[in-house]
Design a binder for this molecule. Structure first.
Ligand SMILES: [Fe+2]
Ligand SMILES: [Fe+2]
Length: 275
C-alpha cells in the first residue's frame, strides 16, 4: 500500500488534532508536522545533554558529600532525559548516533551575554552555552533554568504527539526535584549574610539569560506550533508565567529580581524547550 499524499495526511492530522486526538505514528504525520516536531524535540534533547555535561564538574566541586551525590543524581537524570528524547527522534528516523558523534555538547562560550544567539550548529537552547563556574551558578541554574524549563515543558505534557507526552511525564517530575534543589539552596544562601551578595550576583546573571530563552511574542513559528498542537501558549505568555513564579520565590527568599528587557534586534523565533 502506497502512503497517502502529503496533503491528505495534513488534512487528516489537523482534523484529528482539532478534535483533541493525538498523533502516534510517523505514517500519520504530514511532512511539515514531522519537521516541526523533530525540531522541537531536537532542541530538548540537545539541551538535556549539554545541561548534563555542564553539571559534571560539580560532582567533584560540590560543597559536601551529600551534594556530590545530589549533583551526580541530577547529571544522571539529565542524561536519561536526553536518551529518552533521542530515542523518540530515532523513531522519526533521525540518525542519532551520527548526530551525537558530529556535535560537541561540551562547547561553552566565554562571553557574558550572547542575547538570543546560538554558538554552534547544535540545537540546544542558548543558555546551555554559558559555563557554570561557581556553586552559586549551579544553584541559580536550577532556580531559574529548571523553573523556566518547567513552564515551557508544561505544554509538551499534553501535546499532540503521544510518545512525547508519555516521555515527558517522568522527565517533568525529575525537573521539579531539580527546581526544589535550587530553591532550598537559593533560600539558604540568600538568608545568610556571608553568602547573600554572591547568590544575588548569580541571580543577576542567570535571570536575564533565562528570560531570553522563551522566544519573542507573537512569533509566526509559535503560531505554527500551536496549529499543530505542539504548543498551547504564546511565547510571551510562558515567559510571564515564569517571571511571576520567580518574583514570588525571590520575594520570599529576600532576593531582588533583576531588570530584563527583550533583546529586540536578535530576539529568536525559536522558543526554548528544556533543561
Ligand atoms: Fe533539570
Ligand atoms: Fe532535564
Amino acid at each position: 500500500m502506497s502512503p497517502e499524499p502529503n496533503r491528505v495526511r495534513e488534512e487528516k492530522l489537523l482534523e484529528k488534532i482539532a478534535a483533541g486526538g493525538k498523533i502516534e505514528t510517523i505514517e500519520e504525520m504530514s511532512d511539515d508536522y514531522r519537521g516541526h516536531l523533530t525540531n522541537l524535540m531536537m532542541m530538548q534533547a540537545d539541551s538535556e545533554l549539554a545541561g548534563a555535561f555542564g553539571y559534571v564538574p560539580w560532582i567533584q566541586k560540590s560543597p559536601d558529600i551529600k551534594e556530590t551525590l545530589q549533583v551526580a543524581q541530577i547529571v544522571k537524570d539529565e542524561v536519561r532525559h536526553a536518551r529518552v528524547m533521542y530515542r523518540l527522534l530515532e523513531g522519526l528516523e533521525v540518525d542519532v548516533d551520527e548526530y551525537y558523534r558530529s556535535h560537541n555538547f561540551n562547547l561553552r562560550v566565554d562571553k557574558d551575554d550572547i542575547g538570543t544567539l546560538r554558538a554552534a550548529d547544535d540545537k540546544r537552547v542558548n543558555i546551555f552555552y554559558y559555563p557554570i563556574e561557581r556553586w552559586s551558578d549551579f544553584i541559580m541554574f536550577n532556580f531559574c533554568m529548571d523553573r523556566g524549563a518547567g513552564h515551557q515543558l508544561e505544554d509538551s505534557l499534553d501535546c499532540s504527539y503521544k510518545p512525547w507526552c508519555d516521555g515527558m511525564e517522568g522527565i517533568f517530575k525529575e525537573e521539579e526535584m531539580h527546581m526544589a534543589h535550587g530553591d532550598q539552596w537559593a533560600k539558604r544562601l540568600s538568608q545568610d549574610d556571608k553568602t547573600h551578595d554572591d547568590i544575588q550576583a548569580a541571580f543577576d546573571k542567570w535571570y536575564p539569560r533565562t528570560m531570553n530563552i522563551f522566544g519573542r511574542a507573537n512569533s509566526p513559528k509559535n503560531a505554527i506550533y500551536r496549529k499543530y498542537g505542539l504548543k498551547k501558549r504564546d511565547n510571551d505568555e510562558v515567559r510571564r508565567a515564569f517571571a511571576a513564579d520567580v518574583a514570588a520565590k525571590a520575594a520570599a527568599f529576600g532576593l531582588k529580581v533583576p531588570d530584563w528587557k527583550p533583546v529586540a534586534a536578535q530576539m529568536s523565533d525559536e522558543p526554548f524547550i528544556p533543561g
